[in-house]
Design a binder for this molecule. Structure first.
Ligand SMILES: [Zn+2]
Length: 348
């Protein structure tokens, strides 16, 4: 017997189809500020063009210990994809922060970043392994405001690029891993990022270190991924946006928090901070067949566009909800204008 939840999952979402979508695409080009393609994927690029989307491919260096990771190969593959995308995909590079105590760390890392800027990278991503898993010789965790990272931030700021920062995690990373944990599906599959009881820095310590970077580098544009890890705390996020004018956030993989929360609160927040929020998915192509990947990404874009801009009833990741019907001007900022301002070089 299918459960009510199964039936809801199978229910058709109010996607825009055919002519309606073409008209939408002509109305304005939308931007997804955070996804992961990392290769030449003509089917994905063609689909983005046909549906009127472009986006940002963010390189991550997802390592903490001494395991091998070929960052050069990942940077090269991402650059090749971006160049083949016909302007649909911009890209952001990254650093391998594991060597932060080496005497030549700053020199090597900044030289690599400058090379990626020469190759067209519009920003630099830093990841949650800073704060949650990379440690120095003393055993202490590397935090985002560690002095070893100062030359990195200075190089990004001087080049006029954007720092894209995924630091910390949803509160679920620090809550018991049971079915009351809203992030159970992720942490049960990725236990290495479930921090409860591991002696890692508390979430607030990581975010406070990030905030010190925001305060110190006040001319550096910073986009905090995943609502700046304040997805459970819109009040804290509002306070941070008020305090740091150089800070914006993306919605990558967090539209579901708006879809399952208080609708009026979500509308009020997205309206008040309409200049500071960038639409994003966190879509990852990984090893998927590009044709199937293109379809999945298009379905996500269609549903999210309907969620933010219409009041349609829909099932969002298994839960019934209703679109937010944000005003047109707010929708244009969320899906385009904010990305163009905070990530110069993105979009067609
Ligand atoms: Zn991501």
């Amino acid at each position: 017997m299918p459960t009510r939840r199964d039936l809801l999952r199978l229910a058709p979402a109010p996607f825009l189809l055919g002519a309606a979508r073409a008209a939408e695409a002509a109305a304005f080009e939308r931007i997804d500020s955070h996804f992961h393609i990392h290769r030449d994927a003509p089917a994905v690029f063609a689909s983005l063009k046909a549906s009127g989307w472009s986006g940002l491919d963010l390189v991550v260096c997802p390592v903490a210990g001494d395991e091998p990771f070929d960052l050069e190969a990942r940077l090269d593959a991402t650059l090749k994809g971006a160049r083949a995308s016909g302007g649909r995909v911009a890209w952001a590079s990254t650093i391998d922060a594991r060597g932060f105590e080496s005497p030549d760390f700053a020199e090597r890392a900044t030289a690599r970043l400058r090379k990626t800027f020469a190759d067209g990278a519009i920003g630099v991503k830093i990841w949650k392994n800073i704060g949650m898993s990379i440690r120095g010789k003393s055993g202490a965790y590397l935090l985002p405001d560690d002095p070893s990272l100062t030359p990195i931030y200075e190089t990004i700021e001087k080049a006029g690029k954007t720092l894209v920062a995924h630091l910390a995690e949803p509160d679920g990373a620090w809550l018991p891993l049971d079915d009351k944990n809203p992030e159970f599906p992720y942490y049960s599959k990725n236990p290495q990022w479930h921090m409860q009881g591991k002696g890692t820095p508390p979430k607030e310590a990581i975010l406070a270190a990030r905030d010190r970077v925001l305060a110190r580098f006040s001319k550096l544009r910073v986009v905090g991924c995943h609502l700046g890890s304040d997805e459970d705390h819109l009040v804290s996020l509002a306070r941070r946006l008020d305090e740091f004018p150089n800070f914006a956030v993306d919605t990558a993989a967090r539209t579901r928090y708006f879809a399952r929360g208080d609708r009026d609160r979500a509308v009020a927040f997205l309206t008040k901070y309409q200049d500071r929020i960038l639409y994003a998915t966190d879509y990852g192509l990984r090893d998927a067949d590009p044709e199937a990947g293109a379809k999945a990404l298009l379905a996500r874009h269609d549903q999210d566009a309907a969620f933010y801009s219409t009041d349609a009833e829909m099932v969002y990741e298994g839960r019934p909800t209703r679109g937010l019907a944000l005003p047109d001007a707010v929708v244009r900022k969320l899906f385009r204008e904010n990305a163009r301002r905070w990530l110069p070089g993105i979009g067609v």
